[in-house]
Each structure stands twice: as C-alpha cells, then as structure tokens.
Design a binder for this molecule. Structure first.
Ligand SMILES: [Zn+2]
Length: 115
C-alpha cells in the first residue's frame, strides 16, 4: 500500500527546504527540472546549490526493500528476516546464531534420534 504522491508538489516542497540555504543565490539558475505526471506538470529553474542537493538526495536514497546482497547467491531478495528468498541462506546476527546452533546440534550426538 503506497500513499498517493504528487511528484511536482514533492519537488516544490524540497526546493522550499533547500533554496533558503543557497550560499550564492545571485548566481542564478543552472538547470531546469521538469515534472509531468497525470496530476499535472511543473518546471523549476534551479541553481547549483539545489542541483547538488537533489543529487545528494538521490544518491542517499535506498529502497525500503534493499537489504543488501545475499552472501550465498548474490541475490537481492532478502526478506525482513534477512532470509534469502532465492537460496534460503540466513543473514545478520539472527541468521548467524541460527546457523551456529544448527551446526552445534548437528555435531552433538545427544541431539540424535533415540537409539
Ligand atoms: Zn541467496
């Protein structure tokens, strides 16, 4: 479930948060950002400070589903428990604890089937 977004409004709000901190507002615009969606369209003339802010924001973005790469198969499909949906490997501290416990159990004859 994703909340509806108006991309042009989001860009406008981003600019409102960043523009006041432009150290050289007199330098003028260096780029035009255009947004066109079903909700409408808008263009924004932006200075170097804003361009850099947009680039940093985009570089910093990580998808909420991005939990890194599986060390087993290199896949990207780790679930919220860091369990690889492709090869089944567990990651993270819980995954290590479970894997260590499984190894201990496998090596301990007292866990074996009743003789
Ligand atoms: Zn995997």
């Amino acid at each position: 479930m994703t909340a509806p977004l108006d991309p042009a409004a989001v860009v406008a709000e981003f600019l409102e948060r960043v523009v006041p901190y432009d150290p050289a507002p007199e330098a003028g615009p260096v780029a035009v950002i255009g947004v066109r969606t079903a909700l409408g369209e808008a263009t924004f003339q932006v200075g170097d400070h804003v361009v850099r802010a947009i680039c940093r924001a985009l570089e910093a973005y990580r998808d909420p589903e991005d939990r890194g790469l599986c060390t087993g198969c290199g896949g990207r499909r780790l679930d919220e428990n860091l369990h690889c949906r492709d090869c089944g490997q567990l990651h993270g501290i819980l995954g290590q604890v479970i894997a260590q416990h499984a190894r201990r159990v496998a090596q301990d004859p007292s866990y074996g089937p009743p003789a």
